[in-house]
Design a protein around this ligand. Structure first.
Ligand code: PLP
Length: 390
């Protein structure tokens, strides 16, 4: 079937963080919310039907994912990423961020160093701090309109207490899909220094034309031996409010340590609805996803041409993966406070401020393109009005 992503769906009064909680966070009403990473699109119709069917049963007792769920994940990984995952490697979790926190406990001690590559998804840094680990920054390098990893600085950064590296692959917010050579180089360094890679691949299916996602653990046996993959169908299929994710570790020791930590907080019971939604999405969601990607690609082209014409100082970075575009506004000569004042308070558009993502985020904004084109158009019109005269 052909989905309609053009017609806006009113998400107000659904307890949506993006739509209903902006007022609590900002004190402002009637914002156009293009911040938090969920889509303003309806879910795949088969998923909606499967949820209705499950809801109609009416009993929602304790649940574990059935074997058919794991098989759906295995089939998806093989079909979409050429990765042969085995059933025994997988553990279930209520979300990527919760499992990231468990992994920090499982593989390091308070005071140990954990590397991140800012600007990057901000819960990485918060999780490290909340777990009393040490944040070690390996900032991305910006050359022209391309971000790359700084391998020389990484080698210098690692010390005797560096235990983990949190990789964002694809990278939120700079929208890079890492190349095989880049991942291989990273793995080679981590192998040499005995560093475990927590590979957050939640955006793995949101890959735009010309790019290809490579699961870190699929690179080689050695890579798999030091990698714990954190992934989910929730970002791909817009199911974030259902909460569900998968931890994949082929290394027995790494898997065992994660499982013990998980058992220590009695986490691991599935959500009856999200298990159904994930399995159905992986079995039936291919065409829906292809249409979403097509729509996001067109929204991105719209954004690029709109800003090129009306706000040429803005620099839109290539969107290789995710539906979150990274916009450089440094050429406007405004401070981050001034940018926020104009975009949020004057234009009434809520984006994610670059500095939230840490080092290197100053002068940038992240915009969510998974919305109807008319919403994007409205937001850009309002933004250009307040920034055009900067
Ligand atoms: C890189 C990254 N990891 C994790 C998450 C959130 O994962 P979850 O909702 O499963 O905790 C997001 C959400 O935007 C994300 O961008």
């Amino acid at each position: 079937m052909r989905y309609d992503f053009d017609t806006p769906i009113d998400r107000r009064e659904t307890a949506s963080i993006k739509w209903d909680f902006s007022k609590r966070f900002t004190g402002l009403e009637n914002l156009i919310p293009l911040w938090v990473a969920d889509m303003d699109f309806p879910a795949c119709s088969e998923v909606i039907e499967a949820l209705k069917h499950r809801a109609d049963h009416g009993v929602f007792g304790y649940t574990l994912e059935p074997e058919s769920y794991y098989q759906a994940v295995i089939d998806w990984m093989k079909r979409h990423h050429g990765w042969e995952v085995r059933r025994g490697w997988m553990l279930s979790a209520p979300g990527v961020v919760p499992s990231l926190n468990l992994a920090l406990s499982a593989y390091s001690q308070p005071g140990d160093g954990v590397i991140i590559q800012p600007p990057v998804y901000y819960p990485f840094k918060e999780s490290i701090i909340n777990n009393s680990r040490r944040v070690e920054e390996n900032p991305l390098i910006l050359e022209g309109d391309r971000y790359t990893m700084d391998f020389d600085q990484l080698e210098e950064l690692i010390d005797g207490r560096t235990r983990l590296l949190i990789l964002c692959s694809p990278h939120n917010p700079v929208a890079r899909v890492w190349l095989k050579e880049e991942l291989e180089h990273l793995v080679e360094i981590c192998l040499r220094h005995n560093i475990v890679i927590l590979s957050d691949e939640i955006h793995h299916d949101l890959i735009l034309e010309g790019s290809r996602h490579i699961p870190t653990a699929s690179l080689s046996r050695q890579a798999a031996g030091i990698t714990v993959t954190l992934t989910s169908a929730t970002k791909t299929f817009n199911l974030a409010g259902l909460g569900c994710s998968i931890v994949i570790a082929s290394d027995k020791q790494l898997r065992g340590r994660y499982r013990c930590t998980q058992a220590s907080i009695w986490s691991g019971i599935a959500n009856a609805l999200s298990a159904v939604a994930t399995e159905t999405a992986y079995r039936c969601g291919e065409s829906w996803l292809a249409q979403v990607l097509e729509y996001v690609q067109e929204n991105y082209a719209f954004l690029v041409s709109y800003l090129a014409e009306r706000l040429p100082e803005a620099r839109v970075f290539p969107l290789e993966g995710t539906y979150l575009a990274w916009i450089g506004l440094r050429a406007l000569g405004l401070s981050d406070e001034e940018l926020k004042e104009r975009i949020l308070k004057q234009a009434r558009v809520r984006l994610d401020d670059g500095p939230m993502f840490g080092t290197g985020g100053e002068g940038f904004q992240r915009i969510n393109l998974a919305c109807p084109r008319s919403t994007l158009n409205k937001a850009l019109e309002a933004m250009v009005q307040v920034l055009g005269s900067a």
